[in-house]
Ligand binder design. Structure first.
Ligand SMILES: Cc1cc2nc3c(=O)[nH]c(=O)nc-3n(C[C@H](O)[C@H](O)[C@H](O)COP(=O)(O)OP(=O)(O)OC[C@H]3O[C@@H](n4cnc5c(N)ncnc54)[C@H](O)[C@@H]3O)c2cc1C
Ligand SMILES: Cc1cc2nc3c(=O)[nH]c(=O)nc-3n(C[C@H](O)[C@H](O)[C@H](O)COP(=O)(O)O)c2cc1C
Length: 761
């Protein structure tokens, strides 16, 4: 087999080595436009657990790399004249030039044909090769030449950074956070040999422009950085190496292989440097691709497909972590005023891969300093007006589609009753519809007759009498254009069979999908009627004894469809700008707040983004949250999407939490985070980092009604919430429980399950 490798970076070189080892009969030509010693940048860092795969793949290179590693365990965060240390992390680093030298020598020794100073011919001129490997980095020409096949997506991010080095050898991974008059500038620094450290300077593009760095030469930029970080550098030099101010570009491709061409490393995918994974990913790709040829021989199509199938989920998971990390640094200005230890905890857990529990294992005293309270963070109480919630866990609203003519029955009593016994601080009802045509389906529960009030009262009374202190929240809403559809298990969002549909109303006459009815655009009289229905339902919720009222302004239902520019096309004062679109929802909030007692909290659930271009976005959500706060809302329940079937959500672990975080820090209102939060460790991490005030969990509570009690038992914490009838079971998780929970958390952790399930309500 004849192989052309375009690019002699870590990915291309490592693949060449492994292929020559596995198939000494194959010819491997590596085109590298640079000279052997031309490496850009300084050191690259690997975290400890990444190295085993390389030890097995090629012990010769591994031992040389490992010999040259500089190792350390601490992360130090320097901010406002103070240093916060967190230990137990385990990193290794070496110079990029040194890494390339080792790989180049090894590749030459196993017989790869290394062509330095040689621009690769275009793909169309590499017809002699049985396999062409595009290992030509983030700006890959191979990818561009075959863009129609690979379908790349390049996401240019909002920070500028410059990769520099210093002759000061740090003893830890260092973050230096500098406040300037135009915003925060941060440096990521770590040692990589006995004489040098990497020093990457980064800031938001806005800050970069305002500071005038766009006008400075590279030398002047380096001098400016050295001055800003003079204390950190302790008189040492800051040096450049092919350095320039760059916007990080996240590279994704719909496909990584086509015919006999395959992408590898940065050409296929990039991951922000702040999680230090790009080199590792490129080298792991190389292992996977080479191993695929060991299995499939000369069958190039099968080998490259197997490689992509194996690597894509791993890479995408790393890219999600990298995305969370880069977004954190883009928004660092939101966090710098946090208390020192909370800021440090927030920084360390930014990618969502490092958690409260990880940090407790790595450095228990650091976590004790951050959270001195003997109760785990999730078991600290929260006060909202006169309501004290005993912990931070919420049973998220879940429609059960089991009411008859809006009347909740025994199913609801047992379902909500079980969750009230399960230890959560707040148990929310499903969306309680404010009128019969405001129901989503014929099975949705309502609050539009006195029998409904009485039925809800029975459920709330049970929870208050037996639920060991849990609060009950009523979510009230109106389905709008998404009404008159089938029960979830009979076809979500599908219209009812002919003859049984009811008229649906919405701000504008735009159907949810071509299958659904075109709604009637609401008149002011319709709005008045709906307003009265909300007030009636809020009064009913009060009479039924609920502790908290939530208005459903999310998921494309009536109030949500006023908010979104995709669904609200009105040209009167209830459409147009965000102020116009929010006018009716705020009128509803005002009217409900007026009948809801001053000592009881009101929350509002919103979709923080429609996940479609031109739709409601996170900036709108922050502005809306400010308006909600001004109108008496106490906490914003931050969900997303379900406004349009054209949405393209980026699902993943805790994927909506960054929206709750942004709203909380920018609008200054408490938030509830929800969505793919499945482990108590996630809840502890979110609360401790200050990303949200409460965490709502839906599907985990379908799996386990007593989710909170079990979380307490597993943390060996006695939450004093086991009802006397269940005390005998409170101490020890039944055998097998840990395995089941671990399984569940793994399932919830990754995108597959989440993306395949469309959620209702
Ligand atoms: C600031 C910064 C810090 C980083 N820190 C880390 C870190 O700490 N840890 C880590 O693991 N990763 C880190 N990375 C990421 C890492 O550098 C890359 O992910 C890694 O180098 C990717 O390897 P690669 O082989 O895919 O591509 P590259 O290393 O980019 O190699 C591609 C090669 O192809 C050559 N080439 C391109 N086009 C042609 C052509 N037409 N003809 C001939 N040759 C061509 C280039 O000259 C280059 O040598 C960092 C990246 C940056 C920007
Ligand atoms: C069966 C089911 C019914 C739902 N019904 C509602 C609802 O009535 N109101 C609402 O706001 N969200 C509803 N949701 C959305 C959840 O409250 C929650 O936001 C979503 O499931 C994400 O959380 P999770 O990942 O913990 O499941 C429902 C979800 C499920 C699974």
């Amino acid at each position: 087999m004849r192989i052309a490798v375009v690019g002699g970076g870590p990915g291309g070189l490592y693949f060449s080595i492994l292929m020559r080892k596995i198939r000494p009969d194959c010819e491997v030509a590596v085109y590298e436009r640079g000279a052997p010693t031309d490496a850009f940048g300084f050191g690259v860092v690997f975290s400890d657990e990444t190295l085993t795969v390389f030890e097995h793949a090629d012990p010769e290179t591994y031992s040389q790399i490992a010999e040259r590693f500089t190792r350390w365990t601490d992360i130090d965060i320097h901010h406002r004249g103070e240093m916060t240390k967190s230990g137990g992390h385990g990193f290794s680093a070496l110079g990029r030039r040194e890494l390339l030298r080792i790989l180049q020598e090894r590749a030459a020794s196993v017989g790869a044909d290394l062509r330095f100073g040689c621009e690769a011919p275009p793909v169309s001129e590499l017809g002699w090769a049985d396999l062409i490997v595009g290992a030509d980095g983030a700006s890959s020409a191979v990818r561009t030449a075959l863009a129609r096949e690979f379908v790349p997506a390049l996401d240019r991010r909002h920070c500028r950074y410059m990769w520099l080095g210093t002759d000061l050898v740090f003893d830890a991974f260092k973050f230096f956070i500098a406040d300037t008059e135009h915003g925060v500038v941060q440096a990521h620094a770590y040692p990589y040999d006995e004489g040098m450290s990497t020093f990457i300077v980064e800031m938001h593009e806005r800050t970069w422009k305002r500071l005038g760095l766009c006008e400075l030469s590279i030398d002047d930029s380096v001098a400016w950085s050295a001055e800003l970080f003079a204390d950190a550098l302790e008189g040492h030099r800051l040096v450049a190496n092919k350095s320039r101010w760059i916007n990080f570009v996240t590279v994704r491709n719909r496909r990584w292989c086509t015919d006999n061409v395959v992408l590898l490393g940065d050409a296929a995918h990039t991951a922000h440097f702040s999680i230090g994974s790009g080199t590792k990913l490129a080298m792991e790709d190389a292992v996977s691709l080479a191993w695929a040829f060991r299995s499939y021989g000369d069958d190039v199509a099968s080998a490259t497909s197997a490689y992509e199938a194996e690597r894509r989920p791993i890479v995408e998971s790393t890219q999600r972590a990298a995305q969370a990390s880069l977004e954190w640094f883009e928004g660092i200005g939101r966090y710098v005023d946090q208390e020192r230890l909370q800021f440090a905890f927030n920084l360390l857990t930014r990618s969502r891969r490092v958690t409260y529990d990880n940090l407790r294992l790595r450095d228990p005293s650091f976590v004790r300093d951050v959270h001195p309270d003997p109760r785990p963070p999730m078991f600290t109480p929260l006060r909202l007006r006169g309501l004290e919630l005993r912990n931070r866990v919420v049973v998220s609203p879940m429609d059960m589609y089991s009411a008859v003519d809006g009347l909740p029955g025994d199913f609801h009593l047992v379902h909500l009753g079980a969750r009230a016994l399960g230890g959560a601080g707040l148990v929310m009802t499903e969306m309680i519809c404010v009128s019969d045509i405001g129901r989503i389906t014929p099975g949705c529960a309502g609050m539009y007759s006195s029998s409904h009030v009485a039925a809800w009262k029975r459920i709330v009374s049970f929870a208050h009498a037996h639920g060991a202190g849990c609060a009950m929240g009523a979510q009230i809403g109106h389905s709008g254009r998404k009404g008159s559809t089938r029960l979830m298990w009979e076809g979500m969002d599908e219209p009812l069979p002919d003859g049984s549909n009811w008229e649906v109303i919405a701000p504008s006459a735009v159907a949810y999908s071509p299958r659904n009815q075109v709604p009637r655009a609401m008149t002011r009289a319709d709005m008045d009627a709906v307003l009265d229905q909300f007030v009636w339902a809020a009064s009913g919720a009060l009479e039924a004894g609920f502790d908290l009222l939530e208005l459903h302004m999310a998921h494309g239902y009536l109030l949500s469809s006023f908010l979104s520019p995709v669904t609200n096309l009105r040209d009167d004062e209830y459409g147009g700008s965000l102020e116009g679109r929010a006018r009716f929802p705020l009128e509803v909030l005002d009217a409900c707040r007026a009948v809801w007692p001053a000592d009881r909290p009101v929350s509002v659930r919103i979709s923080a983004t429609d996940w479609i271009p031109g739709g409601f976005g996170v900036d709108d959500a922050v502005a809306l949250a400010r308006m909600l706060a001004a109108h008496g809302c106490d906490i914003v329940d931050v969900s997303s999407g379900q406004v349009s079937p054209l949405e393209r959500p980026a699902f993943g672990r805790s994927y909506q939490t960054p929206f709750a975080d942004r709203i909380r820090s920018e609008a200054g209102i408490p938030t509830i985070a929800v969505g793919a939060i499945s482990s108590y460790d996630d809840v502890n991490t979110i609360i401790c980092a200050g990303r949200a005030d409460l965490c709502a969990l839906a599907r985990p509570h379908l799996y386990d009604p007593a989710w909170t009690l079990h979380a307490a038992a597993e943390q060996e914490f006695d939450p004093d919430a086991w009802v006397p009838q269940y005390q005998a079971g409170s101490r020890k998780p039944p055998a097998g429980r840990d395995r089941v929970r671990a399984e569940l958390e793994r399932t919830f952790d990754e995108v597959a399950l989440i993306s395949s399930s469309r959620l209702s309500g």
